[in-house]
Design a protein around this ligand. Sequence first.
Ligand code: PEP
Ligand code: MG
Length: 886
Amino acid sequence: MSRYVYDFIEGNKDLKDLLGGKGANLAEMTRMGLPVPPGFTISTEACREYLRTGAMPAGLLDEVTQHLRMVEEKMGKPLGDAHDPLLLSVRSGGKFSMPGMMETILDIGLRDANVAALARHSGDERFAWDSYRRLIQMLGKTVFEVPGDAFEAELAAVRAAVGVRSDADLTAAQLQEVVQAYKKVFHAHTGREFPQAPHEQLILAIASVFASWNAERAVLYRRQERIPQDLGTAVNVMAMVFGNRGENSGTGVAFTRDPATGRRGAYGDYLPNAQGEDVVAGIRNTMSLDDLATIDPKAHRRLLSIMERLEQRYRDLCDIEFTIENGKLWMLQTRVGKRTPAAAFVIAGQLVDEGTITLDEALQRVTGEQLAHLMFPSFDTAAAPAPLATGVPASPGAAVGAVVFDSAAAAAATQPVILVRRETNPDDLPGMIAAQGILTSRGGKTSHAAVVARGMGRTCVCGAEDLEIGPDSFTVRGQVIHAGDVISVDGTTGHIFAGSVPVRPSPVVRYFEGELSPMGDPLLSAVQRLLAHADHTARLGVHANADTGLDAERARRFGATGVGLCRTEHMFLGDRRVLVERLILATDDAEREAALAALLPLQRADFAELFTAMDGLPVTIRLIDPPLHEFLPPLEELTARVARTEALGADPGRDGALLTAVRRMHESNPMLGLRGVRLGLVVPGLFAMQVRAIVEAAATRVAAGGDPRPEIMIPLVGAVQELETVRAEAESVLATVTGAPPIRIGTMIEVPRAALTAGEIAEHADFFSFGTNDLTQMTWGFSRDDVEGAFFGRYLELGIFAASPFETLDTRGVGELVRTAVDRGRAAHPGLITGVCGEHGGDPASIHFFHHAGLDYVSCSPFRVPIARLEAGRAATTAATASDSR
Ligand code: PEP
Ligand code: MG
């Protein structure tokens, strides 16, 4: 028979699959001898079994009873005892943290028969009644689905009747009244009395935590965070300790370093005379950890020394939850803490400096996504008006949008919005995902809004106390902001501005541009150091997709070691479109040659610019790819123009000729039509002109003392004969020009047939570059321009896609073609160079795939070059060094 229950002393931090993150870390702390209240963890396996069958797994309840006995022994009192009750907390805890998404039930064991005893033992009658009313509310809501509002209404009624604003002002007798009212609410909604058997309460609470794995908000959160849906949650059952037992008790959340900036030193929020949920829910504004040093220096010292030990053990930033009960410190939770992208870089650098981790490990502590986030712009504070108010800067970034006051409105909005709430709760998740930024008037850096926003990389300011938030407007120092008004929210400083504030580039980008020195700046120097190490360890090179000299220069500043794709069709737009029209309308060789001759010098100049920018580095130039009609006016527009002219009795002239050409070229599905190499074979002289422009530009650069390294790339090849023909033509052109360097000729692999016949093709190619955009659309059989809006949302919802296959490579399908082509290509042509130039070249997960598939380089847009460099380095360092900071 399976075993489902583990005492805290039996586990350790590496057993997250079985015990969930919280359970594994409680076990680790127990092993370290830290003051963790006694308890046990019910495994994720039990939850999976429960979810599968809808019933408690066989033997689980006996195991729970056995382990409960051990807790009772350690605490020296039985669960729910009438004279001296042991009370329990029952908390969820999956492998990955899902803040506030699943259930927590406190004070299990409290009942009519022992409230008085708890009051006597604690010497605090008020506390006992308060705990009991919380239990009825929690079990009622979570297990019996009594609407939370029904309880809140009773509490509000008692507050109003006695004329106080806060629950903390209610007396014991008044809370006892609340309990009576709650019990009535419970009975009215369930048809039964509130359960009085402690054991029954415990079993119900465990079942409710299991079931909360599938709560709507939890499912949504996992989808958003790409956490698998089938893991299940563990359940942690632990003896209760009380932070709400008066002024020498309290509860807090702390980080071993500042999770926003990475600055060294303990950082946290403390709330005297409160239970843990009060801090996390952000319902009351908190004190800082430094205040605790004044209130209770002994507990504060102990806490700091424990935090130091935890950092050493986890070798990373830890966050913790603790409670002080009558001056005694208890550790309720720890884990490797979430952090902002800036903090991730700063901390990784610090830990290397402190000798705690190696540079390889440091690379595993940061991600390309985080670096991308740091490259976002922020507000231009010089151009900003005086802030309306300032709150707690909880998650950095610059968000501008129209104000909305509820999650549904945010989720439905088509314009950028800022979600403004007094505080958020897990039901607000859809709105938080949809909004550009989140603003709350209550709660600190560890409130729900802050934790969730940081996790999603969403801008958030919380605890802006000056805001008085109503249902459809907020007031701040007399100024009223209505729903729909635009505001700007600065998650880095906490400032809130009326109107739209201009944004300025990120310092990280300015550093890449060479405008800022990393010296003395902790973030920039960490970025510099980690990227240098990534370059050192990476096996994949990083090239850029760049069509102009300016793009290529930027790509080079950002660390690209070549251009992997120059899309030459972009050079035919603008003023030059008429020349292309002339080429298309040419009725004889002479006209066509004249059009090509006019294009030649322009193309030559384009290429010379690229070669100058990338002097000494490869520049892969793709010959023209898209269907020619893309250079002509749209059919509808032309038809209308010609009809109008003819109606006036005039001759449509050039428009008439264009219309005839457009009609002739019209294709129902041009992405599968006359484009790429097919065009080169059908339109005489087009490719030859481009090859001539390349080689002449190269020769000119050499003559000027440069070191051009052009490569010619043929798009959309599906059959080796296509490549052979074009290659022969290109070589004959190359042979006519002297003074140019050797020029490689290769092909894109973007048609499934090319991948499958890569062995033949490789014999005539110096390199392969995977065009994974086309390869994805052709492998799946869907048009990249049409489908994303049409049905990808539904496919993501159904789990058919984990991510859009145009963003993250579909490794099972398209990836298999890449692997096949690399293997067959290399077998036939051992020196074959392989790269990728589709959008996936800048996507972190795909880069790891390309590394393992053995490609030589990835090529991506200039802005993604640093991200690709980082991920190429990360892919090359061993996964064994990974730390779980998710
Ligand atoms: C590709 O298909 O992946 C590619 C890089 O070419 P394009 O996106 O220009 O078709
Ligand atoms: Mg393509």
